[in-house]
Design a protein around this ligand. Structure first.
Ligand code: ATP
Ligand code: MG
Length: 430
């Protein structure tokens, strides 16, 4: 993308309404614009990050055999009456009436809808287990939308749902999902800690939340320092991983259990703040029974499926990653989700040799590069590249260009390298 022609409305001033770094930086970097309280437009660079995160989430869901589908954002109130949650959900649910006076709602989650779909598509125990997900916008009319996309009203979530014949099957898919979440966060380039959690609105008896540690997090968290060391990650066997996670202790303030805490050596006890980026629930037959979903078992008896649901806050992750990875100058994107792998900074726009070299780099890097081809001071280009947080900056000035040399800067470390064009390309693409 050529910066001179792109819709990336960066801001020099700090927006007054933004209280925390990620919100400020997303506005300043031109990633989002607020359209109404808690409702955002995702501008080109913001959307690129959102899409890259979604794609990693998708690949890791596919890897555990979850099937992607797409359910609508608008749901019928009657569906929610079947589970009894229509009245129970309260004011967070955005209720809508259509021209025929039918009651609709903008879905805050999809347990009812997926249960209806699977119920109407399966008959026999042979049709189970099922595991399906979608990545879709949700709406929750939060009392206090704040911190930009961290607590919006409209937000993007990956939600998956499992249907099993028995408890063992349900717990196996719960554990498998938990491990796949760890892989997902690892691929994104952040550390998220699985914590024992309360089940809230969804209901049920087994739940974990995944938290990114950040001082601005809304939840108080208690955890074993072993998590910081990544001791529970890298385990590939599902059961071994789950045993690790449950022996190493981490919990949110609601589930903090001092008895367990006391067993952890004092020098390994940590207290901090966390941003919830995912939550998983096992809730048994709660919805299948309420909504009359049973399959016929091998000897003709009715089996009400055991269910679980599993969420990742895709749009919240964008803000949470920035909370965990920024400095005074701006965002520091992990390579895997950066809007662009590299920015090409032309320090002498209009100089034939410099322009030609920049064009060569831009042609080689293609869609993964943002070419700053504006008639701007070098200082302004450096500041904006640091703000937007591209993992690499390829700095091209007339003196170097005359010798086919460029300067390559790594945003995360500040390291600089004097390289030939080929060497720079190899490093950026490698
Ligand atoms: P919270 O406690 O932060 O309100 P929740 O527990 O109500 O979240 P879940 O029902 O567990 O949310 O939804 C799954 C995921 O969706 C959460 O882990 C979070 O990452 C994301 N999420 C929930 N509410 C919001 C919101 N208002 N804005 C952005 N993301 C959200
Ligand atoms: Mg939650």
């Amino acid at each position: 993308m050529r910066l001179s022609k792109s819709l990336i409305p960066t801001l020099k001033e700090t927006p007054a309404e933004a209280q925390i770094a990620s919100h400020r930086l997303m506005l300043r970097a031109g990633m989002i614009r607020q359209m109404a309280s808690g409702i955002y437009a995702w501008l080109p660079t913001g959307l690129r990050v959102l899409s890259k995160i979604s794609q990693i989430v998708r690949e890791e869901q596919d890897a555990i055999g979850a099937q992607e589908l797409l359910m609508p954002t608008i749901q019928s109130a009657d569906l929610w009456r079947e589970s009894g949650r229509y009245d129970a959900y309260g004011k967070e649910m955005l209720r809508i009436t259509d021209r025929h006076d039918r009651e609709l709602l903008y879905g805050p989650t999809n347990e009812e809808m997926i249960t209806a779909i699977v119920r109407d598509s399966t008959k026999s125990y042979r049709d189970l287990p099922q595991l399906a997900y979608h990545i879709q916008w949700k709406f929750r009319d939060e009392v206090r939308p704040r911190f930009g996309v961290l607590r919006g009203r409209e937000f993007l979530m990956k939600d998956s749902y499992s249907f099993d014949l028995d408890y063992e099957g349900a717990v196996a898919v719960y554990k498998k999902t938990m491990l796949s979440y760890m892989r997902t966060f690892q691929r994104i380039g952040i550390t998220a800690i699985p914590m024992r959690a309360d089940t809230g609105q969804i209901g049920g008896d087994l739940s974990h939340e995944f938290h990114i540690l950040a001082p601005t997090g809304e939840s108080g968290v208690f955890y074993d320092a072993a998590f910081e060391a990544g001791d529970a990650i890298g385990v590939t066997d599902v059961d071994a991983f789950y045993d690790q996670v449950t022996t190493i202790y981490a919990a949110t303030d609601e589930k903090h259990d001092t008895a367990v805490w006391d067993e952890i050596p004092e020098d390994r006890r940590r207290e901090g703040r966390g941003i919830e980026v995912g939550q998983i629930f096992y809730f048994g037959k709660k919805y299948s029974e309420a909504m009359g979903f049973a399959v016929t078992g091998p000897d003709g008896q009715k089996i009400y499926p055991e269910m679980g649901s599993y969420g990742i806050g895709v749009s919240r992750l964008v803000g949470a990653i920035i909370e965990a990875r920024h400095d005074e100058a701006g965002i520091i994107w992990p390579d895997a989700v950066a809007p662009f792998r590299a920015a090409i900074l032309n320090l002498r726009q209009g100089d034939a040799v410099t322009d030609a070299l920049c064009e060569r780099l831009y042609a080689a890097l293609g869609a993964d590069a943002l070419y700053d081809d504006r008639e701007e001071r070098a200082g302004a280009k450096f500041a904006e590249a640091d703000l937007m947080g591209h993992p690499w900056q390829i700095i091209v000035g007339p003196r170097g260009a005359a010798n086919g040399q460029v300067e390559l800067k790594r945003r995360a470390t500040g390291e600089r390298f004097e390289l030939s064009v080929e060497e720079a390309l190899a490093k950026v693409q490698g």
